[in-house]
Design a protein around this ligand. Structure first.
Ligand code: PEP
Length: 258
């Protein structure tokens, strides 16, 4: 982390877990134990049907609610899809884009790019996910793969818009597997992501971009991961479903930084 130049962000990704009633119960418990200091931004990205309950519960707190996906089109014949202006109107501040679980369902780089552009146009903060598979890591193409994913996702995104984006490095082999990347492995790729942003948008923007790590981050390993200079927060799946665990990760963000 480096709080001098960029925001620390702890973001939850609930995936397809919890009902609206569960959401209300979680938020009540979470609010009661939420750390008081303003150490980091907190985002909770929830299933679409839980957004109203989450927004209602977190009104007048520093927690922003997010969606887990969006459609890039403004409106029309896209049964079952949700447009960015609908998310904004529902009270969302963030949207996860390009999660590997959605890419595995067929989401392409071009679609990820269109969603990033639509989210930025609607003034939502995109949490753009990138990450390599175990096979890609083993054959030594992690950096090339991540570079390609970022360039594709940000294609045509103007300099004045890029400032709002959050990038999450999520190695696929670490998501939901309990196999966390070591702090050194995670730092190496997050530093590489910052280099890619520097080459695309310059040093000032690269320095100000929040880059998160995601992949089995939990209350036990968060402190060490967040101590790395280029890891500005976490995108947390499993451990974000339990208020005590999520709060401990937020507390880990309260550590001295470089
Ligand atoms: C995720 O879904 O983005 C994620 C990182 O999940 P988990 O923390 O469960 O590995």
């Amino acid at each position: 982390m480096n709080r001098k130049y960029r925001k620390t962000v702890i973001a939850a990704n609930w995936k397809m877990n919890k009902t609206p009633s569960d959401t209300k119960a979680f938020m009540t418990e979470f609010k009661a134990m939420m750390p008081k200091g303003r150490w980091c931004d907190v985002a909770i990205c929830v299933p679409a049907v839980c957004i109203p309950a989450a927004v209602r519960a977190m009104r007048e707190t520093r927690v922003g609610i997010g969606a887990e996906n969006c459609n890039a089109n403004a409106s029309g014949a896209y049964t079952g899809e949700i447009a960015t202006n609908m998310l904004v109107d529902a009270g969302c501040k963030y949207v996860i884009i390009g999660h590997s679980e959605r890419r595995a369902m067929g989401e392409t780089d071009a679609e990820v790019n269109a969603k990033v552009q639509a989210a930025l146009a609607a003034e939502l903060i995109p949490i753009l996910c990138v990450g390599e598979s175990l096979e890609q890591r083993e054959i030594g193409i992690t950096e090339e793969w991540i570079t390609m994913q970022i360039k594709a996702a940000l294609n045509g995104v103007a300099e004045e818009k890029i400032r709002k984006i959050i990038i999450a490095y999520e190695p696929i082999w670490a998501i939901g597997t309990g196999k966390t990347a070591t702090p050194e492995q995670a730092e190496e790729v997050c530093e590489h992501i910052r280099t890619v942003i520097r080459k695309l948008y310059g040093a000032k923007i690269a320095r100000a971009t929040s880059i998160l790590y995601g992949g089995s981050m939990n209350e036990k390993n968060a402190f060490e991961l967040l101590a790395q200079p280029d890891i500005d927060g976490g995108l947390i799946g499993g451990a974000s479903l339990v208020p005590e665990k999520f709060v401990k990760i937020i507390e880990a963000a309260n550590q001295p930084t470089v």
